[in-house]
Each structure stands twice: as C-alpha cells, then as structure tokens.
Design a protein around this ligand. Sequence first.
Ligand code: UT7
Length: 325
Amino acid sequence: MSTTAIFSRITGTGSYLPGQPVSNDDLVARGIDTSDQWIVERTGIRFRHFAEAHVTASDLALEASLRALEAAGRVADEIDLIILATSTPDFIFPSSAALLQSRLGIRTGAPAFDVQAVCSGFAYALTVADKFIRSGSHKCALVVGAEVFSRILDWNDRGTCVLFGDGAGAVVLEASSDPGILATALHADGSYSNLLSVPGQVSCGQVTGVPFLQMDGQAVFKVAVKVLAEVAHEVLAAAGMQAEQIDWLIPHQANIRIMNATAKKLGLPAEKIIVTVDRHGNTSAASIPLALDHAVRAGTIKRGEVLLFEGVGGGFTWGAALLRF
Ligand code: UT7
C-alpha cells in the first residue's frame, strides 16, 4: 500500500497595522532625545505604528486573520488549529489564541495556543503548524504573529524605544500534496537570555522586576548576524537547495544592517530582501507575516516562488523556514 506524503502550504496571507504611521520626527516631538538621521542610519526605520491603549494583540490578530481567511477562500469554521505567536499577549491567561478563536466565532473545539519565542515567534509557530499538518492530524491552520510592543517600551531608553512598533500578520496553512514548506529549523540558547528581555513579573498583585524591554543592542546584533546565516544554510541543506534558488528573503525586520549582512553572507543581492522595517519598525513576532502579506498584496511575491523566512530574538531563539509559495 502506498501512502502519499502530506505537505503544508500557505494558501492565504493577511496583516493589520493600527492607527497612523508615527515618524521619527514625531518621536522627537514627543520629547525623545533622538533624531531622524540617527534612527535611519543605524536601523533603516522611518515609521512605526502604535495601537491605542485599549487595543490588544488579539484585536490586531483578528483583523489580520480575517484578511488571511478571505485571501485563502476559507471561512473561520474550516480552521482546525490556531497558533498565535506573541510576547505581548492580552492577558497572562487565557491565551490570545483562545481569545482569537472566540472572536472568530469558532465553536468546533479546535486547539488554539500561544507560542512565546519573541522575534522568532512566527518561525516557531509556522514550524509547529507544519509538523501538525504533516502528521495528518490537522488540515487547515491559522498561524498568526501579533504584538503590541508599545506596551513594554521604556520611553526613557532611547536605545530601544525608537526601534519597535505594533502590528499583526497571519497565514492560512493547509495540507497539500505539493510542498509548500520545504524545510524548517528552530534553535534556542538560553545562556543569552540576559541580552534581550523584559525581566518583570506579576506576583501577588504587584509588578516586580522590570516590566520594560531591555537590550544589549550590539551583542544582539552580533549574535543575530551569526545565527541567521547558520540557520539559513541549515534549511537550504535540508531541502537540498542552493542560496541562488531563493527568490525572496524575508528576514525578521529589526534592522536593515542585520538584514543586509545576512543577505551578503548568503551571497544574495539586497534586491532579493523584502523590506518593511522602514515603514513598520520592529514588530517582533508579527514582522515576517506582515512583510510577507505586504509583498504578496503589492504583487512582488508571486505563487511558485521560493521564500526564506528567518527570525531571531529574545531567549535567545532563532529559526528559519524555506518554502515554495
Ligand atoms: O528583534 C530582536 C533583535 N533585535 C535586534 O536585532 C537589534 C540589534 N541591535 C541593533 O539593531 C543596534 O545595536 C541598535 C540599533 C540597537 C543600536 O545601534 P548601535 O550602532 O549598536 O548603537 P549603540 O547602541 O552602540 O549606540 C551608539 C551611540 C551611543 O552614543 P555614544 O555612547 O557613542 O555617545 C548611544 O547613546 O548612539 C547613541 N544612541 C542614540 N542616539 C540617538 C543610542 N540610541 C540612540 C537614539 N538616538 N535613539
């Protein structure tokens, strides 16, 4: 008896950015000791979006998910798995994935859970969803990255508060006889946990520790460039492919210098990088699906092209997915 291999394939993308773009000069006008020139030269960031105080990660996730479902031609009840990557969930619990499931009106009992891998969150969530689908247990997953990093920024720390923004991106990932996702790889090294963290807790009704993002930017930069190149080669080798076969590199959108350095290490021209960091800032787990959706809707990325997603972030965590779109 022969069995047909099951692959997973992205059938629809969606994204959502809250409010109006906030420029670097807007941050200066708000009293932050910075300049448009410094931010653009060091990071490539020109704008970011911030959610209003009452808007949560699941609110952003809902808008992105509805757009992804529409693009895939699916209705919510056809989703049999929700994985939502976030480091800024609505609550300690329930998960933002469960809240999203409720807001989508799904009453089928399909599993829904959050993944916490900071800026690698989408690579982690997509990899987990791919494994569920390849196992045959699930057929139609909603994979989301949604963040409100504005809630955890220290506005007195100019080294971090100018870097991040809010937003969400989503994909519908479906079982398919054709790939789809060709290879994935995930890694973590907790010995780097102090380089990028929000070392705060809620305990006995009090916030203890530091509930703001802290980062050793230069150290993060160096680790990021090293591990992104390694994990890119790892997924290429796993798929038996060469870097030249990549049509589009969609790295985590943290810093244009890191993105360019990664492309250079792979021997890819800068024109093959999908760049949204200039308009979105660093939206952590949302950055890859946001960039993907913007490039798909702009007609830049076309069906059949080979994409490499790669993320790196707090933990330290990092990961990559190589796929045919
Ligand atoms: O998403 C997770 C992954 N995160 C990342 O990938 C971030 C990785 N790191 C970076 O992107 C960069 O390290 C930063 C953009 C965060 C910083 O760039 P840098 O070139 O490493 O700058 P630096 O931290 O070494 O600071 C250089 C100077 C300092 O002044 P002095 O000491 O040389 O006088 C800072 O005080 O720039 C100053 N500075 C600023 N000046 C104006 C730091 N932040 C700012 C600012 N505006 N916002």
